[in-house]
Design a protein around this ligand. Structure first.
Ligand code: NAP
Ligand code: MG
Length: 453
């Protein structure tokens, strides 16, 4: 081990626990154990793997409250959100527990024999996750990867390792084979890099910043490894003059301030048609002021603190000199608090272009439908977005024209485990979740059996 690191409670700034920082040798040992475990796992009956994943799901279900409390402590997520996240992990496991028996290949007509395809697992999959949604994002990788017959090594972010460590223990409690699913704690530059460079890790899933994602992809290219990337976002919430303005305004704070804006899908740009711009801001103000920011252990809390002191200074840097329209509230005290902030922005402003990853939203006016689409697409990112209109034709046209992977009309939903999720442009590569995710953890093998004598 290369020493330890201290995990901090972001709501109090108090230390929680020391965690081991793995060195390259420990990572290699986890990968070697995964190689052995994967052979047995892949050769076990589909029903055996399905049952094992269902047991894992049940054990997670039985520990929802414990996992949720751990996430409140480590990440400052409001308890209601943390319970949703822990239950979501169990649901993702249940959903992909159906995959081992459904990973059917094809039979293709070829003269003189029988041609069939197999979905072969890669072997060991390395999953690198960020600190913003530690357990849910991890499950989007490990559940379908395991279902497809792979072993998994998982690296949580150093800021938020606690729920991932617990999930690793629960997997063993549920009876998953030793070494099949290992959680390796340590830094990105050591543990994450080793997943990229180690020849026995045959696929990498990375969620995090676009900058690190590009370097992970470059390393995977050197080793000819497939990589899935879920990266940043600057998603647009587009409000047309024919929208139900009351609904659009009351839903807008949740779409950007949920998880204190530390959400890759945050609708951090609100684009409002000029004819209703003033009216929309009038409706938005009470919704923002009413957003309940505070102690994440309390049931009614909607937003907790930012993850760290240094992240809070980064977020504050975006607001310096900006044209702040109004703000919500935040507690005083030692946590990394930051009040929800609404900024009136101009096209080209830094706040209108760069990902803040905090509770700050930029509001910009647009003139007509073509202008709304151009403005929505005026970003390097393309992850999520919302369109508010009562005009069906417009909803269809705009949702086809916005270059984002996950869009929602008259709502802000992004994540359902049974529908695909992922970004276009600088927001990522590949898709997670949905009906096809387990197949993405396999490569196709074609076998031709000659039948002619
Ligand atoms: P980050 O700095 O890119 O880190 C993400 C993960 O990569 C962490 O586990 C980190 O480890 C590790 N890492 C750092 N350097 C690495 C390297 N050279 N090689 C391999 N791994 C390395 O991102 P973050 O600051 O944690 O998260 C915030 C970003 O993630 C935002 O930009 C956000 O938009 C994005 N995000 C995207 C999605 C999505 O689904 N599209 C979801 C969530 C977050 P350590 O930090 O422990 O060193
Ligand atoms: Mg980082």
């Amino acid at each position: 081990m290369s020493g330890t690191f201290t995990v901090i409670n972001p709501a109090t700034a108090q230390p929680i626990r020391e965690i081991a920082r793995a060195g390259a040798d420990e990572v290699d040992a986890a990968i070697a154990a995964a190689v052995v475990a994967q052979r047995g796992w892949a050769s076990s009956a589909p029903l055996t793997r399905a049952d094992a994943l269902r047991r894992f799901a049940r054990v997670v279900e039985e520990h929802v409250e414990e996992l949720a409390q751990l996430e409140v402590l480590n990440s400052g997520h409001p308890i209601g959100s943390a319970r949703w996240e822990a239950s979501h992990v169990a649901q993702v496991l249940n959903f992909y527990a159906g995959a081992p028996e459904r990973l059917s290949g094809q039979q293709i007509p070829v003269a003189g024999g029988l041609d069939v395809t197999f979905h072969e697992p890669y072997g060991v999959v390395g999953i690198i996750v960020p600190w913003n949604f530690p357990m849910t994002i991890a499950s989007w990788g490990f559940a379908p990867a395991l279902a497809a017959g792979n072993a998994v090594v998982l690296k949580p972010a150093e800021l938020t390792p606690l729920t991932a460590i617990r999930l690793g223990e629960l997997a063993l409690e549920a009876g998953l084979p030793e070494g099949l699913f290992s959680v390796v704690t340590g830094s990105g530059s050591v543990v994450g890099q080793r997943f990229v460079s180690h020849p026995d890790v045959r696929k990498v899933v990375f969620t995090g910043s676009t900058e690190v994602g590009v370097s992970v992809a470059a390393g995977c290219a050197q080793a000819l490894k497939p990589v899935t990337l879920e990266l940043g976002g600057k998603s647009a919430n587009i409000v047309f003059e024919d929208a139900d303005l009351e609904r659009a305004a009351s839903a807008a704070p949740g779409a950007v301030f949920d998880n204190a804006g530390q959400d890759c899908c945050a609708r951090s740009r609100i684009l409002v048609q000029r004819s209703v711009y003033d009216r929309f801001l009038e409706l938005l103000e009470p919704a923002v002021r009413g957003f309940a920011v505070g102690d994440p252990t309390l049931e009614g809390t909607q937003m907790g603190p930012l993850i760290s002191a240094s992240h809070r200074s980064t977020v504050a840097g975006f607001v310096d000199g900006a044209n702040v329209a109004f703000r919500g509230s935040a507690p005083d005290g030692d946590g990394f608090w930051f009040a929800p902030t609404v900024v009136l922005a101009e096209r080209g402003d830094r706040i209108a272009r760069e990902e803040v990853f905090g509770p700050v939203v930029a509001v910009l006016p647009f003139d007509d439908e073509a202008d709304a689409v151009a403005l929505a697409n005026d970003t390097i990112y393309g992850l999520a977005g919302s369109i508010w209109t009562e005009n069906l034709g417009r909803a269809v046209r705009v949702s086809r024209a916005v270059k984002s992977g996950v869009l929602s009309v008259n709502s802000h939903s992004s994540v359902r485990y049974w529908t695909p999720f992922g970004g276009m442009k600088a927001s990522g590569l590949g898709r997670e979740l949905g009906p096809d995710a387990a197949e993405h953890f396999t490569e196709t093998k074609n076998v031709f059996f000659a039948t002619d004598d």
